[in-house]
Design a binder for this molecule. Sequence first.
Ligand SMILES: *Cc1c(COP(=O)(O)O)cnc(C)c1O
Length: 227
Amino acid sequence: MTATIPQQLAAVQARIETAARSVNRNPATVKLIAVSKTFSAGEIRPALDSGHRLFGENRVQESQSKWPELKSAFAGVELHLIGPLQSNKAHDAVALFDAIHTIDRLKIAQAIAAEMAKQEKSLELFVQVNTGEEPQKAGISPLDAASFVAHCRNVLHLPVSGLMCIPPLDEEAAVHFAFLAKLAKELELPSLSMGMSGDFETAIEFGATHVRVGSSIFGHRDSQPTP
Ligand SMILES: *Cc1c(COP(=O)(O)O)cnc(C)c1O
């Protein structure tokens, strides 16, 4: 017997609570972003029916094909963009999403600032940090993070609230989570987007406020590898 999506969602939520309590954190301070990329509106509905409202997607165009319909059917949906963003998609991203986790270069920061002003909409924003300094991975280099965040805040007046990272696959995630938490503290940023299906409990130990969990909820994806 395979578990249903609502059952898997509840199981992940229970693991989040246990992980939070184990380090004396209030479980309510950890938000579960159910990552629904590659899954259809029909596959996402059971999660919405069960009451979950916070979802993550990694592509703007794919999201546009399913979320307008789901947002009008279910009140209170909060949608987070967790994948790389191109500046020509900034308009659509600001229009559809409530948060962006992948502010990773000046051009994107500028495009988002301009769109938020134009659309008179404020989004929750995270700066993605390439903690493993992997050449193929998006994100600001750790050495540039402080000046980049300062520029976003002071010059672009962007409401940056946190940092996000995707640790290298072949390294101990804990080291990267600890590093990101320390950096966020230094920069006085309250939010930390870190932890996926394989490591969200570890991320919670190190202070994650937003965990991004896909396959443990929706099952195996056969397309689109994790960036
Ligand atoms: C796909 C994805 C996730 C979720 O990954 P799972 O291992 O399926 O939980 C989290 N974060 C980002 C940035 C992703 O692209």
